[in-house]
Design a protein around this ligand. Structure first.
Ligand SMILES: [Zn+2]
Length: 254
């Protein structure tokens, strides 16, 4: 018989080519509910095991994936898009997003306005960049990862990882951060507290340090030495894009 999934000729209960069951009836409600339940409860589910290991073993998912176990976890792009979606869905739902972006923007613009060091031209560019960032943050978070990875390649050169491997690392790392912030937002709302802000940043830094230590297999002093520049470059990549596209959009090119 021909497999319904991959069309290969096969025998037995499971396709020898792709592994799907060979005897499938028409899709019914029982199957839908079983699929839904298995997503929520199956401990072997790749989504949950990826999420669990991202949170509990920083760096391990990247190392495992890059070293060749590609079926164990969701691929880095899937995880990253899911984390961005989760973050924005929850922050819009809780009203966080507009609030925090608006206040950060207002603060930044206030500082820029009062500075004597900046010329009016530069002040205008900073304002353009920050308002562009506020509107396009999702897209920038996604589009800046290839540039972040390139910065990391420069920073961690001579540590045996090539560009695609480092891109994988930055995507898993970014996903880890988005899931983490999402959980912090939910906890803050649940306990109506804001104490997590500072704590959140500390946890974020620790994850960054533990992940890069595991992924690049470097010494503790080197890990600490490179962590801050890496952290800055990750954000710099986003702002470089925001600056470029913000400026182009004002000039009418985009
Ligand atoms: Zn098949």
């Amino acid at each position: 018989m021909a497999c319904l999934n991959c069309k290969a000729e096969t025998e037995g209960d499971y396709c020898s080519n792709c592994g799907q069951r060979t005897s499938l009836g028409r899709l019914d409600m029982a199957t839908i509910i079983r699929d839904l339940l298995s997503f929520a409860t199956d401990s072997d589910n790749r989504f949950w095991s990826t999420l669990r290991h991202l949170m509990l073993n920083p760096g391990r998912v990247s190392v495992t994936y890059v070293d060749g176990a590609r079926q164990k976890y969701l691929n880095p792009f899937n995880v990253y898009f899911l984390s961005v979606a989760a973050f924005f869905a929850v922050s819009v739902w809780l009203g966080y997003f507009s609030e925090s972006v608006a206040s950060t923007n207002a603060q930044l613009q206030e500082i820029v306005k009062e500075s004597d060091l900046l010329t009016p031209n530069i002040k205008e560019l900073v304002e353009q960049t920050s308002s562009f960032t506020a509107v396009w943050l999702k897209e920038l978070a996604i589009a800046s990862k290839p540039l972040s990875a390139w910065f990391f390649l420069l920073l961690y050169r001579n540590h045996g990882r090539n560009y695609p491997e480092i891109l994988t690392f930055t995507l898993y790392l970014g996903a880890q951060n988005f899931f983490l912030i999402t959980m912090i937002m939910l906890l803050e709302t649940l306990f109506s507290a804001t104490v997590f802000g500072g704590v959140g940043f500390l946890i974020w830094g620790s994850y960054f340090i533990l992940s890069s230590k595991a992924f690049f297999a470097i010494s503790w002093p080197r890990t600490f030495m490179l962590a801050l520049p890496a952290f800055i470059m990750d954000w710099l990549a986003l702002y470089i894009l925001a600056f470029t596209f913000g400026h182009l959009s004002v000039l009418g090119f985009v």
